[in-house]
Design a binder for this molecule. Structure first.
Ligand code: GLN
Length: 542
């Protein structure tokens, strides 16, 4: 029977609960167990699709087309298991389900209440779509004590009670702040946070204590005593230089051993962590450095491009170089003299984005890369902007633009309302609600033999994840190909341009999909490996 591990957080947010859950998943896998990770998000949005990346970080898209929390990206990067729609739920989605059922009359006249109706819907979700995995690690977003978290905590309390100790475990992630005036770590916030959990009926079985300083045995003993947790299950979680060392660090502190002990499973054999040691080793001992400019809109918030930053790191690991990321706000390139900021970079990446603001700056950056032979990687919006740039500068279409910014004389990028997926036709309209109009999830792409894309993937059919409303208009294909672009990736029905490249340029590739979502440290994405390789070559030239 599947065992459930519930991970909650206390004291403050941003403690790395997602990373801790992902690392635990990797450790259990290294011990030969199958795992699945999921996340319960207490906010009221039905999914994070409509939230600003500035507020909530990147939206992670799954193969089956769900817009989910960025923690699902960590889960995939650490375990290699593709996340599914059924792995992320929010309060908004739970309430919509309950209200839909109420309207249908499913509750047979009962008064619909948080307990049991909302909590039942949460429990149903936690247990749904499980296919015999040894462990489900279920992270609860937010911080214990938030009003929004309460139904989720009540639901997992009930689950713990129903499943029993041998099938359920509660891990609580907390913070031990260092107070310099006293010269010591403080355990009181952790004690309070555990009290808060106890007040909703949950006694944690393990504490992961985030701290910037080593935690003494005295402190561990004290925490164990006050929080009613075994001392070995008070796990110090110190900061590390790379997130890919987190599984190793947690293992050294006994995380997986204590989890197995909780479930009465043997833990004497050491897990094989070579893969993580190799990755951390490459990260720590690079043989060079490349400077990559990311010309985007949300450059002030690191989490807004989480998967992208990770995928670039993976490309660096594959080429044994350190990636020096230069986050640049696209709007600065709307000033004539600003391109000099790009003079000494070895690669330019324009990531996904929405809306007109900064678009002319992105077009200017693509122009600079094309004219100056600097490796250029355009992702989704970055591809669309590169195509508009080529249409304006090379194909004599000065009015080229995207209908995303309003009516346009030469809509090189436009809204498509109908397309095929496999043998099904999918439709959307410009008036559908925001959550429902995107081409989302995995789609196949046919790769032109002999193209750069073909060389990079070594395949003629690939599948990548999408998240966009607009498409490059196929009607401009011939005209753009005549001036040097190559449409090297197309949807299998030949209707939707998926990849454009410039064969005469050292490395100029624009992709309509989001390859960063599938890159893993132990399996760097070929596009990122190739882009960084080109940047390494470029670094030897400048
Ligand atoms: N805004 C563009 C579109 O909707 C690109 C989206 C993206 O970059 N993810 O098509």
């Amino acid at each position: 029977m599947t065992r459930f591990i519930f991970v909650t957080g206390g004291v403050v947010s941003s403690l790395g609960k997602g990373l801790a859950s992902a690392a635990l998943g990797a450790l259990l896998q290294a011990r030969g167990y199958s795992v699945r990770l999921r996340k319960l998000d207490p906010y009221l949005n039905v999914d994070p699709g409509t939230m600003s990346p500035l507020q909530h970080g990147e939206v992670f898209v799954t193969d089956d087309g769900a817009e989910t929390d960025l923690d699902l990206g960590h889960y995939e990067r650490f375990t290699g298991i593709p996340a599914k729609r059924s792995d992320n739920v929010t309060t908004g989605k739970i309430y919509s389900t309950v209200i839909e059922r109420e309207r249908r009359g499913d509750y047979l006249g009962a008064t619909v209440q948080v307990i049991p109706h909302v909590t039942d819907a949460i429990k149903e979700f936690v247990r749904a779509d499980v296919s015999g995995e040894d462990f489900i690690i279920c992270e609860i977003g937010g911080t214990v004590g938030d009003i929004e978290s309460l139904p989720f905590l009540e639901a997992i309390r009930q689950l713990g009670n129903e499943m029993g100790r041998e099938h359920a475990m509660f891990i609580h992630v907390t913070l031990l702040p260092y107070v310099s005036a006293a010269g010591e770590l403080k355990t009181k916030p952790t004690q309070h946070s555990v009290k808060e959990l106890l007040s909703v009926g949950i006694q944690p079985d393990m504490l992961l204590c985030r701290s910037e300083m080593p935690i003494s045995n005295d402190d561990r003993r004290k925490i164990a005593l006050f929080c009613n947790v075994r001392q070995e299950a008070v796990i110090p979680a110190l900061n590390v230089d790379t997130i890919y060392a987190v599984p190793i660090e947690y293992h050294n502190q006994g995380l997986d051993t204590q989890v197995l002990r909780h479930f009465g499973l043997p833990s004497t054999m050491e897990p094989d962590l070579t893969v993580w040691e190799t990755i951390a080793g490459h990260f720590r001992q690079p043989e060079g450095e490349v400077k990559i400019a990311i010309v985007g809109k949300y450059t002030s918030v690191f989490d807004a491009y989480k998967s992208l930053a990770e995928a670039l790191t993976h490309g660096g690991i594959a080429n044994n170089v350190k990636i020096n990321l230069q986050w640049m706000d696209a709007e600065i390139f709307e000033r004539e003299d600003a391109v000099h900021f790009l003079e000494d970079v070895h690669g330019i990446l324009v990531p996904g984005g929405f809306g007109e603001r900064g678009s002319e700056g992105k077009i200017a950056a693509a122009k600079f890369a094309r004219e100056r032979n600097v490796p250029y990687f355009g992702i989704c919006f970055g591809m669309q902007m590169a195509v508009i740039e080529a249409a304006r500068s090379l194909a004599d279409l000065p009015q080229a633009g995207s209908t995303e910014f309003g009516p346009c004389d030469e809509a090189v990028v436009g809204l498509l309302t109908e397309w095929t997926r496999g043998n099904q036709v999918e439709r959307r309209s410009s008036s559908s609600n925001l959550g429902g109009t995107m081409r989302l999830g995995a789609y196949d792409c046919a790769v032109a033999p002999g193209s750069k894309l073909n060389e990079i993937y070594g395949k003629t059919l690939i599948s990548e994840r999408h998240r966009h409303r607009y498409e490059v208009n196929i009607h401009y294909k011939d005209r753009l190909e005549r001036v040097g672009l190559r449409f090297s990736g197309m949807s299998p029905d030949g209707e939707l341009p998926e990849v454009v490249e410039i064969p005469t340029h050292p490395w100029f590739v624009g992709v309509q999909f989001h390859p960063e979502l599938k890159s893993k440290p132990f399996e760097p994405h070929p596009l990122f490996t190739s882009f960084i390789k080109a940047a390494v070559t470029q670094s030897r030239l400048v």
